[in-house]
Design a protein around this ligand. Sequence first.
Ligand code: HEC
Length: 341
Amino acid sequence: MDGEAPADLVIQLGKRLSDGTVERGIEEYGRILNTSAIEGFTHEAAVHISYEEQVSVLDDGTHINLRKPRYQVTDLSGAALPSSTVLMPRMPPLVQGVGLLELVPQSELDSLATRKQSDRIKGHVSRINTAQGIVIGRFGWQATEPTVAAQTASAFAREMGLTTPLLSQIDCGHYARCDTAAVGGTPEVEADLFSALVFFQQLHAVPAEKTPDYASQGQLLFDRLGCSACHRNTLPVTTSARVSTVIHPYTDLLLHELGEQLADRDVEGKPVRSEWRTAPLWGLQASVKSNQPLRLLHDGRARSIEEAILWHDGEALGTRERYARLSLSERKTLNDWIAER
Ligand code: HEC
């Protein structure tokens, strides 16, 4: 399945700093490497993916194939990418349930982060520096966005080159010449349209769980292996009318380190320090039922729930090892249960 990167895989760009962390965006090409452009403009580059097959051997001798992506950037419209450039491939984040995740009180996330966990599981709240001070990030694969509105404004600015009431600057690298493109108003996405779009996403429901049975075999295995230490079954939400209830998103919205294999890399292939927000598992049934090939994890490399689990390392090493010790029928029970969330 080597070839052009799929159009829905966004290649974000960063700069590797000397301490191994990443600063987002590079001067030459901005925050996103645009592989397409509107009429009259040229795309910034082409991105090619090739996969290296890797085998994971479970304790009962079963071999599971995992595919590890490699990215090659060609056809650059400007200068070569500096060697410190980090390529950060990202699948589009799921929209379902985001309005509810926004209502989880910040105090809950703080207390989850300080709770003593078993194993080596840590997890911390994503704190983002903004003009308004430090805010808590909850959205995006690395919890880089505090709200649905902020995520939407960033997507408009970076992926579509449109200004919004929240962001008056688009993401324009040196070579894209997008700053010479016609301006469609100030802002280009007007306040009414912008808030309607944010509202639409906030109300986008998660499909109901088929078996909300918290004593089922699948749930018991999920808890026993330690998956729910990060993929938390239940979180409280408080609405603006001060109504309190709970949701079952299977996430803690915290950042975790999942090992070098999943980390982003610079153009020379060196891994950078990468932390990931626990991906919510609710609504997975919609992807399973769509009959489209599954593309799980931040870069879509996992073709099944089992492959996604076997990529877990770092803080989740213990849970992966316990998974590898399960019998075939236990693995099936767990994977089927996850596919129904
Ligand atoms: C240390 C925290 C942690 C533990 C423990 C953990 N996960 Fe995860 N899980 C994550 C993070 C973080 C991601 C997102 C990784 C990424 O962005 O590539 C994830 C992603 C996933 C995904 C892919 C979801 C998607 O939408 O792409 C599945 C499925 C999953 N985990 C299942 C499990 C199961 C089953 C277990 C127990 C065997 C488990 N996880 C244990 C943190 C954890």
